[in-house]
Ligand binder design. Structure first.
Ligand SMILES: *[C@@H]1O[C@H](CO)[C@@H](O)[C@H](O)[C@H]1NC(C)=O
Ligand SMILES: *[C@@H]1O[C@H](CO)[C@@H](O)[C@H](O)[C@H]1NC(C)=O
Ligand SMILES: *[C@@H]1O[C@H](CO)[C@@H](O)[C@H](O)[C@H]1NC(C)=O
Ligand SMILES: *[C@@H]1O[C@H](CO)[C@@H](O)[C@H](O)[C@H]1NC(C)=O
Ligand SMILES: *[C@@H]1O[C@H](CO)[C@@H](O)[C@H](O)[C@H]1NC(C)=O
Ligand SMILES: *[C@@H]1O[C@H](CO)[C@@H](O)[C@H](O)[C@H]1NC(C)=O
Length: 635
């Protein structure tokens, strides 16, 4: 049906910037993407035509492949341009759409009665956003919108979208159409279930206030504490992590260190009073930092400090946010913390036609906002503990979000994510094929799996709450060049032979890249001390170590680590303690086993800060070349 629709569209002469509006032809529509609703979402009815929707059109970058090539160069330690990052302006020139593309899209919108005054552009003009009705969106995209339900959440989505053939090469994605990602799958009746699918977090029990402090006087810490003395494996504290990963003896050296950041989605927040209570016991020198971290609200996100209401309490809102902030401050204080709190509550009841909540795409909203910030405002490292099953994310959308992570890498930001909490797949969601977690499956982030135990650390699982550290292979993103080395995937695949053959695609991007503790972390929430599991804990743990590493580099006048993986796979891996026990079971299988060397359960293993520092500082990086020399090869 869609293929038979025609609309009038302007044709463009040789000089694309000057439309000749009298030349009109009928361009046939071509379907751009078809995506089935994930099994947890059920179609309930056709969307009302008058309902409003905010559409986001992602225009192709003029130099999209160039963008990735540049990232590979500046993150590759053997390249002369290693760690020579792009400024905001550099990046805009690299990511703006090709000449004439914006005008082509404007002409198409104008034929559908969408005027230029109603459009908002991103700074690089690679995103166009506007409000419209379902009726108009349906005619624009040759599709039909329906209302879908998952638990108490409703979403208005389409299972496919089309554009005129002449725009095919111009548009990457249009959302919300096929994207069910980011939508909270929380069901209030089952808050104790293990299926908090967007949060890589599993809660366990409430415990006494000073648990895990091991009777150590926090004001006079001996520098030579051993993990055995500092760690209680059933209640992991910042002191334990600092001793285990070797940051305890390090003092932050720069006067104004670049900040570290976390991101809150899904109405999460970081409660200052809880954070201060946590600091009082576990990091007494950081009480002021816990009360005074900077929070930035994006798209209406609220870093709530007032008492939580009963609904919020029953959903444990703030637990994830508190955990992330407590770990970052607990390990990396006095590196300043910034919290990005991104709006985008669960879609409200669609029948209310309320606007624009049911159209939010928080990851993208946040990334577009962040990429528009001046260089001085960007953190050196970001921790994100939110992810989804890759297959629920439409390919075009996943690629655009992934490209935004690449852009952050180009600007020198390390993006750290938790690898998911269901091993190779939650048994309820996988029939045969293993599932990957997004954004971990994006090759431009560093994905962190979870371990437990001290000597040795093993792949973390907790049969009591169903938590299993996530890992696997992407079906969307091919194996990146840095994983091609004979040390990583190929060697691993040779070791495991035909194990789970055909359940995963061995040519995809594999994750996690590294691991860190993620079991029974002490967390203060709602005034009470609790223990929680999850790669939600591993991501900020690793991120705080990178924040300290960046400080050590800055003290030597060196740029931050930026996108880590090429360095990690080439030489950084030597700074990691291999994890060789356990496996990431899931999908009713034993999953991928940890073995000697890199593996799909624990990546390279867990970090040693002193060794990381030694390796990173050893590499003398070269003087920054002027931009015209840096860009010479691709002008
Ligand atoms: C869409 O409408 C909402 C609510 O009226 C408004 O906040 C938002 O800025 C609008 N977006 C655009 C792109 O015009
Ligand atoms: C989880 O919820 C179910 C149903 O509400 C309840 O029967 C069960 O006791 C709960 N389990 C825990 C550990 O709270
Ligand atoms: C270790 O943690 C457990 C709680 O999981 C607690 O009962 C125990 O007292 C702790 N041990 C020490 C020495 O703090
Ligand atoms: C957040 O902090 C306030 C005090 O500032 C407190 O009253 C409230 O209960 C806290 N909320 C949660 C969810 O902990
Ligand atoms: C949160 O704290 C309040 C006040 O201390 C308490 O009444 C409530 O039971 C707590 N709720 C949860 C879920 O811990
Ligand atoms: C899980 O695997 C076992 C053994 O292969 C099999 O008996 C069982 O039916 C499987 N369960 C599901 C839900 O597939």
């Amino acid at each position: 049906m869609v293929g038979q629709r025609y609309i009038a569209i302007l044709i463009w002469g040789i000089c694309l910037a000057f439309p000749t509006s009298d030349k009109q032809v009928h361009e046939p529509y071509t379907v751009q993407e078809v995506h089935t609703a994930p099994p947890t979402w059920r179609r309930i009815r056709r969307a009302t035509r008058t309902e409003q929707i905010t559409l986001n059109i992602g225009l192709k970058h003029g130099r999209a492949s160039e963008l990735e090539r540049q990232l590979l160069e500046i993150s590759n330690p053997s390249n002369p341009r290693y760690r020579q990052y792009f400024s905001l302006d550099d990046l805009h020139s690299l990511s703006k759409p090709p000449l004439g593309a914006v005008e082509q899209v404007l002409a198409w919108l104008s034929v559908h009665g969408i005027q230029q005054d109603n459009l908002q552009f991103s700074p690089a003009r690679d995103w166009v956003t506007f409000n419209t009705s379902i009726q108009q969106a349906e005619s624009l995209l040759g599709t039909e919108y329906s209302v879908y339900k998952n638990g108490n959440s409703l979403a208005t989505r389409a299972l496919q979208w089309s554009v005129p053939s002449n725009l095919q090469g111009v548009i990457d994605t249009i959302q919300p159409t096929t994207s069910f990602w980011h939508l909270k799958a929380r069901d209030r009746q089952q808050i104790n279930s293990t299926d908090d699918s967007n949060l890589n977090l599993h809660a366990i029990e409430a415990v006494g206030p000073n648990v895990g402090s091991m009777g150590i006087d926090m004001s006079h810490l001996p520098k030579d504490l051993t993990p055995r003395e500092a760690c209680n494996v059933t209640a992991v504290t910042p002191l334990c992590l600092r001793v285990l990963y070797g940051t305890l003896g390090y003092s932050v050296q720069t006067k104004e260190p670049k900040h570290m950041a976390l991101v809150n989605f899904l109405e999460e927040f970081n409660n200052r009073s809880d954070l201060a209570q946590f600091a009082k016991t576990y990091r007494p020198d950081a009480i002021a930092a816990a009360e005074g971290f900077r929070d930035l609200s994006i798209a209406g996100g609220i870093n709530q400090q007032s008492p939580a209401n009963p609904d919020q309490l029953s959903e444990r809102l703030g637990l994830e946010g508190n955990l992330d902030a407590e770990i970052l401050i607990g390990i990396a204080h006095p590196i300043p913390l910034t919290a990005y709190t991104v709006g985008g509550p669960p879609p409200p009841s669609v029948s209310s036609s309320s606007f624009p909540e049911n159209t939010n795409e928080p990851y993208l909203t946040w990334l577009n906002w962040l990429l528009a910030q001046p260089d001085s405002e960007l953190p050196s490292v970001i921790s994100s503990s939110y992810g989804e099953v890759e297959e629920t994310v439409p390919l075009s959308y996943a690629r655009r979000v992934c490209l935004a992570f690449a852009q952050l890498g180009l600007r020198g930001v390390s993006v750290i994510t938790g690898s998911g909490d269901h091993g190779v797949g939650h048994p309820a969601h996988c029939e045969k094929d293993f599932l990957a977690n997004f954004p971990d499956s994006c090759p431009w982030v560093t994905s962190v799996g979870a371990t437990k135990g001290i000597s040795p650390e093993v792949v973390a699982t907790n049969p009591d709450n169903g938590f299993v550290s996530g890992g696997g292979f992407s079906r969307y993103f091919p194996r990146p060049f840095y994983q091609e080395g004979k040390n990583s995937i190929d060697r691993y695949l040779a070791e495991i032979g035909s194990l789970h053959e055909k359940r995963f695609d061995p040519s995809g991007r594999a994750f996690p890249d590294v691991a860190a503790q993620g079991y029974r972390y002490v967390t203060v929430w709602n005034g009470t001390t609790r223990l929680v599991d999850g790669t939600s804990a591993s991501a900020p743990t690793f991120a705080s170590i990178i924040a300290l590493l960046n400080d050590a580099l800055a003290a030597e006048g060196q740029p931050a680590m930026g996108f880590l993986n090429p360095w990690l796979y080439e030489e950084g891996w030597r700074a990691f303690t291999d994890v060789t026990e356990g496996s990431n079971e899931g999908c009713n299988t034993t999953g991928f086993p940890a073995i000697e060397g890199w593996d799909v359960a624990s990546g390279w293993g867990t970090p040693s800060f002193p060794r990381l520092k030694e390796l990173a500082l050893r590499r003398r990086f070269r003087l920054q070349l002027p931009w015209y020399l840096r860009w010479k090869e691709w002008w």
